[in-house]
Design a protein. Structure first.
Ligand SMILES: *Cc1c(COP(=O)(O)O)cnc(C)c1O
Length: 456
């Protein structure tokens, strides 16, 4: 008999995972290697070491070690805000009158307001261990920059953040949170870097993009002694760190003998989804269990559902290694009316390979329906979700409604990646009826695909 399920399933601190799980170890088709944009040869550890910290390079390239121990210092930091709760959405189930059982793993319980802190502390730790002075990065919506500033403040590292200009202007409070933690925040494109100056000359008045901010951050890291670049999503190492989400989720479900049927996550660069599904995907890859796994992305930035599986640049300045991934092209910039985050042009190479191999599905949703779901969720479950997270809520609600129609009692687990307190401008647009949906045309996407680098 199943024990009565509480609203919140907490783990004890001593039940927290002591290793991260590397899903690549169980993948038959490994994700394609990063390649050098000049030679098209796989990037070596030495080449990557000019940009990233040494231990992180090792993690990036490790396709075979299944469990990688979490250093004690990182575990003590995790204890400040983890384990995070797995919540049974009883109130939402009641409201929807669905026989489905809905759970969400809530990662918004820290000041940065998202799951990004799980990887920020790991990356800052390895930078510190290497004796570096500091790290550089980009931030779009601002959650990653905030998480990294918190981690750097904790470890006494300098932190330079390039923030996409449009969010720098729209989200002044995000910026101030970062400065509170001691980070310097520069709107991107800026005149501080050669690439920023080039982009400003080519596109005067541009409001910036993630790809452009990445180029600037990489330039600063590679031209300043004692600095390395860190990235909050997409990379294999980030998915590895985020596996703490999935490992905790699985441990909590196992405590009550619960087996999910459907696992849902929003997908920007793929880190929260990759982390959430990793241990479940591992079981699936080893033939031990089966799950329906669904990535949800915005219809205005549909990398999985309409992108190409091809080598592409990670950044607009085309200085980063090429990654094989589902991509809309590194020049793709979502329409200015897109408010819901998840605006990166590419997708994690690990998830791209898993999707390509038919091991997971993807769907796209339009932003007005995302905000409807966000509001419905906030009213019954209390938490004000980040718009990114609300993509997953939309799909979880849709699946629960399907269960109502068919009478199936499916168990749905989704990732609630963060809170939306800094996204009230977007909520305001929604409430005022000023939010519209924009879906890129095939012609727009084709124009972007035409600029993909030629790699055979
Ligand atoms: C960054 C972010 C995402 C998307 O990034 P992934 O790498 O795809 O997880 C989703 N939700 C929140 C709250 C975020 O901050």
């Amino acid at each position: 008999m199943a024990k009565e399920i509480p609203y919140k399933i907490y783990l004890e601190e001593n039940e927290m995972p002591d290793s991260w799980y590397n899903v690549r170890a169980d993948m038959k088709n490994k994700p394609a290697p990063l390649i050098n944009p000049g030679t098209h040869q796989p990037m070596t550890a030495a080449e990557l070491g000019g940009v990233f910290c040494d231990d992180l390079v090792a993690q990036e390239l490790d396709d075979t070690t299944a469990y990688i121990p979490i250093p004690d210092e990182i575990r003590s930091f995790y204890r400040m805000y983890r384990p995070s709760p797995l919540v049974r959405a009883y109130c939402l189930e009641e409201k929807l009158q669905t026989p489905a059982k809905i759970y969400y793993k809530f990662e918004g319980n820290n000041t940065s307001g998202s799951h990004k802190l799980n990887s920020a502390i790991a990356q800052a730790y390895y930078a510190k261990k290497q004796g570096l002075k500091g790290v550089t990065t980009e931030t779009g919506a601002g959650q990653w920059g905030t998480a990294l500033s918190m981690a750097c403040a904790y470890l006494g590292l300098d932190c330079k953040v390039f923030m996409v200009k449009v969010s720098y202007e729209q989200k002044p409070f995000r910026r101030e949170v970062m400065r509170t933690y001691g980070a310097s925040v520069t709107p991107s494109p800026s005149s501080d870097t050669a690439i920023g100056r080039r982009i400003l000359a080519e596109h005067p008045g541009t409001t910036g993009s993630l790809g452009c901010a990445i180029s600037e951050a990489v330039e600063v890291a590679t031209t300043n002694e004692g600095y390395r670049y860190v990235l909050g999503s997409v990379l294999n190492q980030v998915l590895l760190h985020q596996s703490v989400i999935g490992l905790e989720t699985k441990a909590a479900l196992d405590k009550y003998g619960i087996k999910p049927d459907i696992i849902i996550g929003c997908a920007g660069g793929g880190s929260n989804l990759g982390g959430l599904i990793s241990p479940f995907m591992g079981e699936k890859l080893r033939g031990e269990a089966d799950y329906q796994i669904i990535a949800i992305e915005p219809a205005s930035c549909p990398s999985f559902t309409r992108g190409r599986f091809a080598y592409d640049f990670a950044d607009t300045g085309m200085i980063c290694p090429l990654a094989k991934m589902y991509t809309l092209g590194s020049n793709f910039i979502p329409s200015p009316n897109h408010a819901g985050g998840l605006r990166y042009h590419g997708m994690s190479p690990i998830l791209s390979q898993l999707y390509h191999d038919g091991l997971m599905e993807a769907r796209s949703v339009e932003q007005t329906s995302v905000f409807e779901a966000a509001e419905q969720f906030a009213r019954v479950e209390g938490i004000l979700p980040a718009p990114e997270s609300a993509h997953a809520i939309r799909a979880a609600i849709d699946e629960a409604i399907k269960c109502k129609e068919t009478g199936e009692e499916k168990t749905i687990v989704f990732g609630l990646t963060g809170t939306g307190y800094f996204d009230m401008v977007a909520y305001e647009k929604f409430h005022n009826g000023e939010m519209s949906d924009y879906i890129p045309t095939d012609e727009e996407l084709e124009a972007s695909f035409a600029k993909l680098p030629k790699v055979d």
